[in-house]
Design a protein around this ligand. Structure first.
Ligand code: HEM
Length: 396
């Protein structure tokens, strides 16, 4: 891994630390969008408004994730997150169909069955800590099945994604060392896993098998490319839905009247999920890199070479774009959140995430509508990905 001590890491930045364990960081993000618009913090330009980030994300002179690679405990640039231009298009053309709506829709029944079983287990004991008992196993088991990685190694994959997304350490150097250790184990794991998998490729119908059979520009993927894609998929797919689900369940637990509204009007569930994704913004920000000067108007010029921390969470409560942004309104007219980013590097897994969230909430509201949560015991973590890591649920 390259020495990256000069690299900006949003996890140790002042703003992440300021909101670190807040249950309601939204008002801080709103003030940033309303009063500040953009500022230099810890060496990176933080951009807070919806229209500015939208313009940056589709600008031809903006590179994804700093365009530098090596930021997640892996030497190489991760495919497709840290690749740009025609190369990036080439990889998205390969990956998009594997996570397209029609493809993920096939999982509906298995997601529902697993959600229902997990709820029954928790019901049998009268309650549970929901982050561990429901929000983690549901999306993670489904994801491993879809990708074709062994369910028996779930704990290994969870340790990997925690090591990369939530590494221990107070400084960038400490964080990098922990990420590199977690990343190294996954690379080792996949190099022997792929050899075994090649032997039974004809029988397997999953993402890894599809990638191993695929060709890009007439050539099969190299092992390096395969492992590189899997590295990103394993942490992107395993952490985000768990975290989002924990935020949504906690919010519904804290707002029984609006929960009742969803029980009474199930048609509101899809817009409610979008509204809660906007408000909760589970991935607070992402990195961009300006190749040339970019004039965003009204005196804001992003200078060539600048590292940009695009704050999706602030854009989502930007009062210059959203009316009354701190109000959660399932019937909001102007939607258009940035929870899955926008433009070139828009989330690959949004269809899967939405499907899992919808089924999980349908099952919860259908089977245990009167659940209670211990508000005083909730533990929020807003660094890197917002999650409620302690979510005690009791069932009446
Ligand atoms: C609610 C859950 C999810 C949220 C909030 C979320 C959010 C995001 C965001 C904000 C980005 C842009 C990152 C950046 O540019 O810095 C992104 C990209 C990405 N996401 Fe997700 N994600 C979710 C679920 C998933 C799932 C389930 C997968 C598994 C396939 C996934 C795979 C990816 C990949 C591969 C990228 C990189 C896309 C590219 O660079 O072209 N995500 N996601």
């Amino acid at each position: 891994m390259q020495p990256t001590s000069s690299r900006f890491d949003p996890r140790v930045s002042g703003l992440s630390q300021q909101v670190k364990n807040l249950a309601e960081p939204q008002h801080i993000y709103l003030e940033k969008a309303r009063d500040v618009r953009a500022e230099h913090l810890d060496g990176a330009l933080h951009v807070y408004r919806h229209e500015d980030i939208l313009a940056l994300n589709k600008h031809m002179d903006i590179l994804g994730n700093g365009g530098r690679g090596g930021s997640f405990g892996h030497d190489a640039r991760l495919i497709p997150l840290e690749i740009d231009g025609p190369e990036h298009k080439k990889w998205r053309r390969l990956l998009d169909p594997l996570f397209a709506p029609k493809q993920v829709q096939r999982l509906e029944e298995s997601i529902r069955r697993l959600a229902s079983e997990l709820i029954d287990d928790a019901r049998a004991s009268g309650g549970a800590e929901w982050y561990g008992a429901f929000c983690t196993p549901l999306p993670c088991q489904i994801f491993l099945g879809l990708v074709g990685a062994p369910l028996s190694d779930l704990d290994f994959f969870l340790e990997f994604k925690d090591g990369v997304i939530h590494p221990e350490g107070e400084t960038t150097e400490e964080i990098d060392a922990h990420m590199a250790a977690a990343g190294g184990k996954l690379l080792e794991y996949f190099s022997s896993f792929l050899v075994d998998k090649r032997g039974r490729l004809d029988r397997d119908d999953d993402v890894i098998a599809d990638l191993m059979r695929a060709e890009v520009a007439g050539e099969p993927l190299t092992e390096f490319e395969l492992v590189n894609i899997l590295f990103l998929l394993m942490f992107a797919g395993l952490d985000t839905v768990t975290s989002s689900l924990s935020c949504l369940v906690a919010w519904l637990g804290r707002h029984p009247d609006q929960r009742q509204e969803l029980i009474d009007s199930p048609d509101l569930l899809a817009p409610a999920i979008e509204e809660l994704l906007r408000f909760e913004s589970p991935v607070p920000s992402g990195m961009r890199y300006a190749e040339r000067d970019i004039d965003l108007g009204d005196g804001l010029v992003v200078a060539a070479g600048e590292e940009i921390n695009a704050f999706w969470a602030a854009a989502n409560v930007d009062p210059t774009y959203h009316d009354d942004p701190l109000r959660v309104d399932f019937r909001r007219e102007r939607t258009g959140h940035m929870t899955f980013a926008s433009g070139t590097h828009r989330c690959l897994g949004s269809h899967l995430a939405r499907l899992e969230l919808r089924i999980a909430l349908q099952e919860i509201l259908g089977k245990i509508p009167l659940f209670d949560i211990e508000v005083a015991d909730l533990v929020y973590d807003n660094v890197a990905v917002r999650a409620v890591t302690n979510l005690p649920v009791t069932l009446r």
